[in-house]
Design a binder for this molecule. Sequence first.
Ligand code: ZN
Length: 438
Amino acid sequence: MTSQRRAYLIPFVLCSLAVILFFQNLNSEPTTSSIPIEIDTIIKEKHITTFSVSPLSQTSVHTHPNAAWVSYPLDGNTDLHEALSKAGIRSSDIASLSKVQHFQELKLQHSFIERMSFVFDASSLVMLKFFAEDTEWEFIRTSNEWQVQVIDAPPSPQLRRIQLDVNGRLYPALFSMGLDRGIYHQLLDALENYIHLDLLNQSPYTLNLLISERPRHLAPNQPLQLLALEFKSETAFLQLYHHTSKHSVTGFFKADGTGLSHTFLSAPLEHARISSPFQRNRLHPLLGYSRPHRGVDYAAPMNTPIYATSHGEITFRGPDGGFGNTIIIQHPKGISTLYAHLNSFAKNIQVGTTVTKGQIIGYVGMSGLATGPHLHYEFRINGEHQNPLTAKSKDVVTIPQAERTLFEQKVATLSELLVPSSEPLLASYNPYNEPQHP
Ligand SMILES: [Zn+2]
């Protein structure tokens, strides 16, 4: 094809692409409505399974004929304790709930819970429900304790504790326990801040892992989440706890609430192959002469999402000559990152936009001077190009004071589960073991 014909073709291709993207966006609008479903409907439609408690007395519900349900959405980041307290539940009620094992379990897995509803009479909380995608937990106050029911209980998120004695390579050991690449990466992310990763494939060590999971057939896209880990070798001992922070870094922390965190993601996109490394000199494939390659090229399929590698402000967004569609982010400490050859930009990404680490900023393409879809990624410190793969920076992070109590409660529970003596408690975590209704 002559370059002239190609020049005519480009606007046509771009227009078609724009039309396709437009319709894709239309189709990707959420189809589920967020209107809360009436409680009664849920109860009617779902089969009720009584869950390891004494038979339910209906009178406890009907003694409050005028009671109204109050419903609150939960964002997955809010601890149940905090959510209840914000919703005006008295601390004495929360304290009595906290003695119930089911409540403790739900607290640990609160990110799955989408909504809570409750009824209280003049003096206290009478009934409380938590809703996840396909499960409801119902707490009903009887004279002096709480009865718990799990309604239509497909297996709920459950905790799994795994002890691994590794003497050799880590990944096959994890794989043999039915764990996937996702857990492997979470584990590496957690450990690489504290120990040299070479240790993992050298001397023998023991790993204790606490993992929250949902059955794959119910939640194929729900990743397993590593909640806590213990690493023990001859030379190192480490316990780390996962914490999702509303205000600062999410990641793995020591029991005292401190942690180390990579300021930058190790790569701006997933499942990428490095097609061209950072080089002071190289032969440019299209220009045909030697020119330094001042970034890293990640080959990836068209429209693979590209993440901001750290928080910062967008200082450039648009076409930039041979770089094609380009984004530049200015980060603290004089660091900036550049993302080139994008097919398109993410919505709401403009110059001046503040982005967070891991936020999608655009999609892989081959705009500008490119032989195939890839991302050209640059890392500069005070304007000087650095190799993004080696220029790493770490921040010491601490859990904010406001979240400290929640974190300490979580650590208290998880640390008990993490050690092997907690076997009986763990066994009761598995809803699979409950008899299934026909
Ligand atoms: Zn490049």
